[in-house]
Ligand binder design. Structure first.
Ligand SMILES: O=C(O)CCC(=O)C(=O)O
Ligand SMILES: [Fe+2]
Length: 252
């Protein structure tokens, strides 16, 4: 398949990498090309339409790339792999591709973190979020706690900001800088890509009832060597020949 450009030019060098490692997330504003935004919106609209009546345990949103050839084609897209390798190093594996569309009135999601290699910081898992039409902080907005990922706690929870502040966050400081950990609310323009380490505390604010759908997809990759746990990938997809994805799909 002809591979169109998905990213504009960007820099991800030592400085950017240091910022990702200090904060736990890194924002690449307006990185997606118009062509990618258009195709993603089409694919994500399709995925959304498949959700009602979707198969339990094999949901179109949770296995998005298995339901859509364009979304599949981005897993081994050269620009995607270049970015994932800039973060993780050369040897990488695919973990999941999940649509995160949030229609008007969507409730968002409370504070949480995810897992991978809790005991060894040499191994990481990164989520690459595509915020196709962006978001405002009070309208399906991603929130994060810079520095929270350094605790490598896969079980951070908090239903509200207050609950997180009084719970997990209480008394915690940044393990490198010593600064108190604080909640950060993001607002990002259309086409923004956000990188996030798996142990970062994050949450999403509700989408306003009269807002349009926030179109979002996430691709996750990791540096192999540890048990990745349950990947959202069927055995058929793991064994499917996807041009360019050779070596990406096995767990180790
Ligand atoms: O919807 C979002 O922006 C984030 C969703 C999320 O928490 C995740 O995919 O891990
Ligand atoms: Fe999450």
């Amino acid at each position: 398949m002809a591979q169109n450009t998905i990213f504009h030019n960007y820099t991800f060098g030592d400085q950017e990498r240091k910022q990702l490692d200090r904060d736990g997330h890194y924002v690449l504003p307006e990185l997606l090309t118009n062509d990618a935004r258009k195709r993603l919106t089409e694919s994500l609209t399709r995925i959304e339409s498949l959700i009602p009546g979707g198969k339990k345990g094999y949901e179109p949103n949770r296995f998005a790339a298995e339901y859509d050839i364009y979304l599949e084609s981005l897993i081994p897209h050269p620009q995607m792999l270049k970015l994932a390798r800039e973060v993780l190093g050369d040897d990488i594996r695919y973990d999941h591709c999940v649509s995160l569309n949030r229609p008007g009135g969507n409730g968002g999601i409370g504070w949480h973190s995810h897992s991978y290699s809790e005991d060894d910081s040499r191994y990481g898992l990164v989520r690459i979020f595509f915020y196709v039409n962006g978001f405002e902080k009070d309208d399906g907005g991603l929130k994060a706690v810079p520095g929270s990922h350094l605790y490598r706690d896969p079980k951070i929870h908090g239903a509200t900001d207050k609950a997180l502040r009084e719970g997990w966050l209480a008394g915690k400081t940044h393990l490198d800088t010593g600064d108190p950990l604080e909640i950060q609310e993001l607002s990002v323009p259309p086409g923004t890509v956000v990188l996030m380490w798996t142990h970062a505390a994050h949450a999403v604010t509700p989408r306003k009832p009269d807002s349009d759908t926030r179109w979002t997809i996430v691709y996750a990759y990791y540096k192999p060597g540890k048990n990745p746990g349950a990947r959202w990938i069927t055995p058929e997809f793991e064994n499917k020949h996807i041009p360019g994805a050779e070596g990406l799909m096995s767990p180790y």
